[in-house]
Design a protein around this ligand. Structure first.
Ligand code: T5A
Length: 215
């Protein structure tokens, strides 16, 4: 019999794919069953990580970040959240749901920026101290649909975002890197069609979680 995967679930995908929406939906379902759940985001999840997040997302002409600096800042946030937040929570038998984790680095800094996947896997290994999610949902959405959702959100809040300013080709590469990752690790990484209505996506995710964890 196969051992139950770690109760550490990550959500991945391009901007606007619906990760935050779906993580809230899964958290609510687990809480309704009386489970203990910790939900975090990356970069973030610790005081250091939240400060790094502001730096990484800020779009400002005075603050230039080389691709190398960007990579190390994402990794610094991860190294901290693994040790300070995720490992202790898993040790208390809590579920941990994370909005992005190590696969974001493979997709954005690998696919998007062109760093070698071998180098990134080895840096991730160091940052994560060997921790890997039990399941990862990659919410897959076409660029045009994602752009429409982001445009809609921008009308609601006019905040700039450094990475969102990258050209469409960057996001094509990110999407394709995620799809490659899902092909490489089909047991852990589940590709979800995020172009469907919110309820349908949430039900699809719940079906997988309840089956894998016997809920
Ligand atoms: N990054 C991160 C790296 O480059 N490397 C790394 O290692 C890491 C960890 C983080 C940025 O950092 C980069 C990636 C990112 O650029 P972020 O804010 O965490 O930034 O991530 P974003 O992807 O930018 O988050 P978003 O909020 O843009 O996207 P979500 O969470 O996927 O989308 P969500 O749920 O907020 O939904 C977007 C809109 O769509 C609607 C929602 O109501 C919302 O308005 N929506 C739907 N509409 C129709 N149908 C559905 N099914 C819908 N689901 C949601």
């Amino acid at each position: 019999m196969r051992a139950e995967p770690l109760r550490f679930i990550t959500f991945e995908g391009s901007e606007g794919a619906g990760k935050s929406t779906q993580i809230r939906r899964l958290e609510a379902r687990l809480l309704s069953l009386g489970e203990t759940v910790l939900t975090i985001r990356e970069p973030g999840g610790t005081p250091l990580g939240e400060r790094l997040r502001r730096l990484l997302k800020e779009s400002s002409p005075e603050l230039t970040l080389s691709p190398e600096s960007e990579l190390f800042l994402f990794l610094a946030s991860r190294a901290q959240v693994v040790r300070q937040t995720i490992r202790p929570a898993l040790g208390r038998a809590s579920w941990v749901l994370s909005d992005r984790f190590s696969d974001s680095t493979l997709a954005y800094q690998g696919g998007g920026r062109g760093f070698s996947p071998i180098l990134l896997r080895s840096l991730n290994e160091l940052a994560c101290a060997g921790l890997s999610p039990g399941i990862t949902f990659v919410l897959d959405l076409s660029l045009s649909e994602a752009a429409a959702r982001i445009a809609q959100r921008k009308q609601e809040s006019a905040q700039g975002d450094r990475i969102e300013e990258e050209p469409p080709e960057f996001f094509e590469r990110v999407r394709s890197a995620y799809r490659d990752l899902a092909r490489l690790e089909p047991d852990r990484i589940r590709l979800i069609d995020a172009g469907r209505p919110e309820d349908e996506v949430a039900d699809g995710i719940w079906e997988i979680v309840s089956h894998v964890f016997g809920l």
